[in-house]
Design a binder for this molecule. Structure first.
Ligand SMILES: Cc1ncc(C[n+]2csc(CCOP(=O)(O)OP(=O)(O)O)c2C)c(N)n1
Ligand SMILES: [Mg+2]
Length: 369
């Protein structure tokens, strides 16, 4: 299949950031499930940085509570935490508008929360409750929410890339000025789907923002043990798309790079690629004994924890006082407590309903063309 219009190839020049406009947002929540938030920075820039901090804290405290809930069996199945990687989720989501789309991986709680999916619906999904984003049928790895254009949560490594290219192709053919942000790990770079998707996106000049969260490991395999070239931005640029590496532990750096790239993509600049250099502080998933990493390496990365780093920076500038910090923590804890109570009070799907949604309840002929 070839798209109707095929503009020239992208260049490797990095576009200079233009002021970012926000598109119309997805309608507000009607059932507490959330909506894509407006991330427009406040005029003085200050509140916005506190907002970024708050979002990172929400993700951190949420996932810390998930550890407890998993130990108590309230959450079952696989659970992949992104503790340490919060700056990536928040920086990227802050650069998108409500009109843009997101496709991601199984390590996506933070992406979902920063995108505006409510903590209640996210946790209910993790606990398999009807009140979750997919009636509890997806669980931790498959958070999906059409109203925020959050197209999953995907357990297949590299599986999101062709989906993102398809969404972007649809936008391209319909002349829609919006971005599809596609987040994936360094492990995806080894997959055929990565190369097929990068090639088609570049060849057809599609509006995709590829974001590789390079946390240096794919399960227990270090990047250098699996890849002949570990500079992933360099590999992406071989597809003739602008690509650059960013400090994934610095939320401000991530946001700035993501804004620049998203603005260029939205303006018709074709696909762009960001390699966010980051690190997960915890094991790959809950029962991974984490024996493949040097403990000293983990400790070294913890010194670059994105949350204390931003707190120190804001405090040093007088933009965040002790009371502000305490209030932030209190508010976030209250939100987590509320989500836990909500999910606990939620409903498991009745066995009689389990076969619903396996096939469509409507015949295709009932759909309007
Ligand atoms: C196609 C495919 N192959 C293998 C797996 C098993 N698997 C699950 S997670 C994972 C590692 C992926 O690592 P990465 O892409 O770096 O993401 P991270 O877990 O570090 O966020 C693998 C190999 C899978 N889910 N899908
Ligand atoms: Mg990885």
């Amino acid at each position: 299949m070839t798209p109707a219009r095929r503009p020239g190839r992208g260049t490797n020049r990095v576009a200079v950031a233009a002021p970012v406009g926000t598109g119309p947002h997805v309608p507000g929540p009607t059932d507490g499930r959330g909506a894509a938030p407006s991330w427009e920075p406040a005029a003085d820039g200050r509140d916005h940085r506190v907002r970024l901090l708050r979002e990172m804290l929400r993700i951190r405290r949420f996932e810390e509570r998930c550890v407890e809930l998993y130990s108590g069996s309230a959450i079952r199945g696989f659970l992949h935490l992104a503790i340490g990687e919060e700056a990536c989720a928040v920086g990227v989501m802050a650069a998108l508008t409500g009109d843009d789309a997101v496709v991601t991986t199984y390590r996506e709680h933070g992406h979902a929360l920063a995108r505006g999916i409510s903590m209640r619906a996210t946790l209910a999904e993790l606990e398999g409750k009807i009140e979750g984003t997919s009636r509890g049928r997806g669980g931790s790895m498959h958070i999906f929410d059409a109203r925020t254009r959050f197209y999953g949560g995907n357990a297949i490594v590299g599986g999101g890339l062709p989906l993102a290219v398809g969404l972007a192709l649809a936008d391209h053919l319909r002349d829609q000025q919006r971005v599809t942000a596609c987040l994936f790990g360094d492990g995806a770079v080894a997959e055929g789907e990565f190369h097929e998707s990068m090639n088609l996106a570049a060849l057809w000049h599609l509006p995709v923002l590829f974001v590789c969260e390079n946390n240096r490991y794919a399960m227990g395999t270090a990047l250098a043990r699996a890849q002949s070239e570990t500079d992933l931005a360099l590999r992406a640029s071989s597809y003739r798309m602008p690509a650059w590496a960013v400090d994934g532990m610095d939320v401000l750096a991530v946001e700035e790079a993501a804004r620049q790239a998203a603005t260029a993509v939205r303006g018709g600049g074709g696909p762009h690629f960001l390699e966010l250099r980051t690190y997960r502080f915890r094991a790959h998933s809950m029962y991974d004994p984490d024996l493949y990493r040097d403990k000293a390496e983990i400790e070294r990365w913890k010194e670059r924890d994105p949350i204390p780093a931003l707190v120190s920076r804001l405090s040093a500038e007088g933009a965040l006082g002790d009371e502000d910090q305490e209030r932030l923590e209190r508010d976030v804890q209250a939100e987590v407590d509320d989500a836990v109570a909500f999910a606990e009070a939620g409903t498991l799907e009745p066995v009689a309903d389990l076969q619903r949604f396996v096939v469509s309840e409507r015949h295709p002929s009932e759909d309007t063309p």
